[in-house]
Design a binder for this molecule. Structure first.
Ligand SMILES: [Zn+2]
Length: 557
């Protein structure tokens, strides 16, 4: 009499393990069939196959015969139509909520004339309450005949009660209207801050609207911080944008506590459709460590990953720090944002507190200094799986490249920047140094675990643009059809791996997601075609058909 229940228990246990026992295959909630499956577990190409998903996880991956037993009466079956089925894209470096604000801000990037610039601002202002600011914009006056810089008197009459502070697309210049100057207390007597410029009307001496570099802060400090509800709507917009692009997780760099609170509200409302790992400012390592000690780091939707610092600036503004002077600026090497000793102290303290550390480094000298700080901290504090990261790792001396593989320092890089900067960076640093700029190939060949991302809002979020950029290295101006520094190209599989598993590793999540391994969270993207069979120069034309996060379809086309 006791035999049947025992047997029943054994069968039930087998079912829970997801294995197939006669008469009992665990049924899937979702099965994707007819696709070319790339699991991310090997460097191979995609194979015809199917994926079964249940309770938010990958149950099985195999050919259609292997997956068929998982299809039950309540299983939804998605036809992939020969498209690529792969782990969801993970963006290793975004300013994610800023992206949501950018999506809703005024678009001046494509305003082709001053008249159109004025018209768009006037129209945007009509939908605002008095006192609401107009920011963002990304205007580009080089598109206009004679390239005149805009002036506040162009827009004052259409924005009498809304402060306007719209930036040029490089972020180094902005136009304020009279209401914005009033709100900020900027008058003709306001002194120009060091490293900045305020353009004045030669006749009246009044500010004429344009402020540059450090002078942007004079107006920025008057812009009210967004209310929590506004931050939440920006996050909601960013989530929808990411889902449409197949992005299922991201590392949010330079996150604020207000950002963290917004993610947690969204999670409580069960509206998160992407996993986020936040990196808060390095200087706040003590608060970050205290918060983790009190509340824990978070969960698989919203988690504090560690802290993020800055070594230097950017090559575009000549603030990236190099061993040799800039080629177009004699005797100028760039600069460190903080003294080396401060960086060493902060990184050491954060590491002692058990935090993961990542730091922005662009120039070859700031990368070399950072590698040496990481090395000395690791030696002083002893063996631990700490996974130091470098954000951008953009310009490297050839002799510094092997350190990434040997010491497990993760280069977190943005391929789209390569095809953007590739237009002009050789003028800045000359023909020799560019050979190891965005050195994807050399880094992989010397054993580095590469993590790819976009740096959204600085570049578009679309990971397929990143894959295209890494594989082709064709600059945006079309001047390098065979690739800019082509010896640093990578393959499609390598680019996809850096956009999936590489970021799982870089955030300590490789046992949970980043590959289609059975048991992992079912974070899956289905593309409309197979990237492995497309000509490299059209990789960015593939489109996302389904985005699935934790087994739930969060986007379908
Ligand atoms: Zn960034």
């Amino acid at each position: 009499m006791s035999a049947p229940p025992v047997l029943h228990r054994a069968v039930l246990a087998a079912c829970l393990l997801g294995s197939v026992v006669a008469g009992c295959a665990r049924k899937a909630d979702l099965v994707i069939t007819g696709g070319m499956v790339w699991t991310g577990l090997s460097s191979g190409r995609a194979q015809p196959g199917a994926v079964a998903i249940g309770s938010g996880r990958i149950l099985a991956v195999g050919d259609s015969a292997a997956v068929a037993p998982y299809i039950g009466s309540r299983t939804r079956v998605l036809a992939a139509g020969g498209g690529l089925v792969m782990p969801g894209f993970v963006d290793g470096h975004t300013h994610f909520i800023d992206g949501g604000f950018q999506l809703a801000s005024i678009d001046l990037r494509t305003a082709a004339t001053p008249q159109e610039f004025i018209r768009r601002i006037a129209e945007y202002a009509q939908h605002l309450k008095p006192g609401q600011w107009i920011t963002g914009g990304d205007w580009d006056h080089t598109l206009w005949r004679g390239a005149p810089l805009p002036r506040k008197d162009w827009i004052d009459s259409v924005t009498p009660s809304n402060p306007v502070f719209v930036t040029r697309l490089d972020g180094h210049e902005a136009l304020a209207n009279s209401a914005a100057f009033r709100a900020a207390g900027v008058t003709k007597d306001t002194p120009t801050p060091p490293g900045g410029e305020i353009l004045h009307d030669p006749r009246t001496g009044e500010p004429q609207g344009i402020v540059k570099d450090q002078a942007l802060g004079l107006v920025e400090r008057a812009i009210p911080a967004p209310a929590p509800a506004e931050r939440d709507s920006a996050l909601a917009r960013a989530l929808a944008h990411a889902a449409a692009l197949g992005v299922t997780a991201t590392a949010h760099m330079n996150a604020s506590w207000a950002d963290l609170a917004s993610y947690r509200r969204m999670e409580r409302a069960r509206r998160m459709t992407l996993r986020v790992i936040l990196y808060l400012p390095l200087e706040q390592w003590r608060d970050i460590a205290d918060t983790i000690r009190r509340q824990g780091p978070g969960d698989d939707w919203v988690r504090i990953g560690g802290c993020k610092g800055f070594m230097d600036g950017s090559a575009g503004s000549r603030t990236a720090y190099f061993f040799q002077p800039y080629a177009d600026s004699a005797g100028y090497y760039g600069l460190l944002r903080h003294p080396e000793a401060s960086m060493r102290a902060w990184i050491g303290a954060a590491d002692s507190a058990g935090l993961q550390v990542t730091v922005h480094a662009i120039g070859d000298r700031s990368n070399a200094i950072l590698l040496s700080i990481y090395d000395s901290v690791a030696r002083a504090h002893g063996g631990r799986d700490r996974r130091f990261r470098i954000e951008h790792a953009q310009h490297l001396r050839p002799e510094d490249i092997p350190a990434f593989g040997e010491r497990g320092v993760i280069p977190s890089m943005q391929p789209y920047h390569a095809i953007d900067d590739g237009r002009w960076v050789e003028q800045r640093i000359g023909p020799e140094r560019i050979r190891t700029t965005y050195a994807f190939r050399r880094l992989l060949d010397t054993g580095a675990k590469l993590a790819f991302g976009s740096d959204w809002t600085v570049a578009p979020l679309d990971p397929l643009l990143g894959v295209y950029a890494a594989v082709t290295r064709r600059t945006l101006d079309g001047k390098h059809p065979n690739g800019w520094v082509p010896e640093q190209k990578v393959t499609v599989a390598e680019a996809l791996r850096a956009y999936t598993w590489g970021n799982a590793w870089a955030t300590f999540n490789e046992s949970k997601w980043g590959t289609l391994a059975p048991g992992n969270f079912a974070d899956v993207v289905v593309l409309d075609r197979n990237l492995f069979l497309m000509p490299a120069d059209s990789l960015d034309r593939a489109r996302v058909r389904y985005t699935i996060v934790g087994g739930r379809i969060v986007f379908e086309r």
